[in-house]
Design a protein around this ligand. Structure first.
Ligand code: CO
Length: 213
């Protein structure tokens, strides 16, 4: 059996097992999705959103890219964010980074990686902004780990700087934005305690004022 055929075998077994525990599962999900969470994570194959937090299909809306970035010119990510907030009305947007992130490491090192460096440049900017704190650490692994954390925190603020999130807050819609980091070594998530849920928690520079402000 080829490796691709085995995926179809796995799929049939999975569908049968889900069906046997809840015969209406697929029927209900086909009718609508109603997730409370938007997960913005890294594409890394070792960080699968649903499995890590024990959620079923339908329970988390997911966007993944290299190094869990939220870039204000990235229509892909912004489209996911707008759909999640305005249509699905998710209550929580969670940026989830991970230690030993290859994207963050590639940005940290000063090598030439070709086209992808244009994407990783966004992480370089995080490194530049926090270079004193990063360079104060002794070993390279600790520096890259800190950059992984600072990258997540920066992407949390980037989510909040969008008109999508700020307009939701102006409408009175609950949108809590969080930053977490995952350890490949033990499978555990850590809250970076950088949650934001109102415009007064972001810099005035990025704040969108409504006419009555
Ligand atoms: Co990664």
């Amino acid at each position: 059996m080829s490796s691709l055929e085995s995926l179809f075998v796995n799929n049939r077994q999975w569908a049968e097992s889900v069906n046997s525990s809840d015969p209406e599962f697929f029927e209900k999900l086909a009718a609508q999705q109603n997730p409370d969470y938007l997960w913005i994570g890294c594409s890394d194959s070792r960080v699968p959103a649903n499995q890590i937090v024990g959620l079923l299909p339908g329970e988390v809306f997911v966007h993944r890219n290299v190094a869990n970035m939220v870039v204000h010119t990235d229509f892909n990510c912004l489209t996911v964010l707008q759909y999640a907030i305005e249509i699905l009305q998710v209550k929580h947007v969670i940026v989830v980074g991970h230690y030993n992130c290859g994207g963050v490491l590639a940005a940290f090192e000063n090598s030439d990686n070709g086209m992808i460096d244009n994407w990783l440049r966004n992480i370089k900017d995080v490194q530049q902004a926090h270079r004193k704190r990063i360079n104060a650490l002794e070993d390279k692994e600790a520096r890259v780990d800190l950059l992984c954390e600072l990258n997540v925190m920066t992407q949390v603020t980037n989510v909040c700087h969008t008109s999508i999130v700020q307009n939701a807050w102006a409408r009175g819609q609950q949108v809590d934005v969080h930053g977490w980091i995952y350890s490949l070594k033990d499978g555990l998530l850590k809250d970076l305690v950088c949650s934001i849920n109102s415009p007064d928690q972001i810099s005035e520079v990025y704040r969108i004022l409504s006419p009555e402000d």
